[in-house]
Design a protein around this ligand. Structure first.
Ligand code: SF4
Ligand code: SF4
Length: 205
């Protein structure tokens, strides 16, 4: 998997869950299909008067997710910025051309209430449930930084092997120098090994 393929898959899914954070810190999610992919940049629009726009102006953090028919979740987390004024019309026209239904929503001059946003720095989590074991991959785009997630086995592991027996995906290998290691790309992050380790050697990142 790679960033380009993830974006292509999101494009095929078409209608994506698009989450922001409101002024109370509560999640707000809506479905969005008016998205233009330009390289790794993601352009989208909303009307300036909508709460969606206010959340983007105030906070800007967004999370977009899509689920493919191959049971792949692609989750993109990043920061959205309003497109500079001198580029607004250019990107809006491109989006309206790709998504002609928008003309029905904002006909004629009413489309001037629209404003374009772009996401350039983001991370992607790719998670596929149709492989055995499952597949998980992470990518960072632009200036985004990946935050480690999941579980690791610390040095105090006594090598009892219980984690290998309870792991639903067989994602724990014998290691060297550590007795056991978790294959992060195949880990569900379910926490079963964490709950069952007799010496609490498994740490949540
Ligand atoms: S269950 Fe804990 S102590 Fe046993 S092998 Fe796994 S990490 Fe090590
Ligand atoms: S978190 Fe779940 S999937 Fe990952 S290694 Fe532990 S038991 Fe296996």
């Amino acid at each position: 998997m790679d960033v380009e393929t993830c974006l292509k898959k999101l494009g095929y899914v078409g209608i994506l869950n698009f989450a922001t954070v409101d002024e109370d810190g509560a999640p707000q999610v809506r479905n969005i299909s008016a998205i233009h992919y330009e390289g790794t940049d993601i352009y989208f629009l909303t009307a300036r008067g909508k709460s969606f726009a206010r959340q983007l102006y105030r906070d800007g953090r967004v999370q977009i997710s899509g689920y493919t028919r191959f049971k792949e979740t692609i989750r993109l987390s990043g920061q959205a910025f309003e497109v500079p004024q001198d580029e607004q019309i250019k990107w809006r026209d491109i989006l309206y051309k790709e998504q002609p239904y928008l003309e029905n929503v904002y006909p004629g001059e009413s489309k001037n209430i629209d404003t374009m946003f772009v996401i350039k720095d983001y991370t992607i989590e790719y998670f596929c449930l149709s492989t055995r074991p499952i597949t998980r991959e992470y990518f960072a785009v632009g200036n985004a930084v990946l935050k480690p997630k999941g579980y690791i086995i610390a040095d105090k592991c006594i090598g009892c092997g219980k984690c290998t027996r309870v792991c639903p995906q067989g994602a724990v290998n014998k290691g060297n120098p550590k007795p056991f290691v978790i294959r992060q790309n195949n880990c569900l992050q379910c926490g079963n090994c964490f709950e069952n380790c007799p010496v609490q050697a498994i740490q949540r990142l």
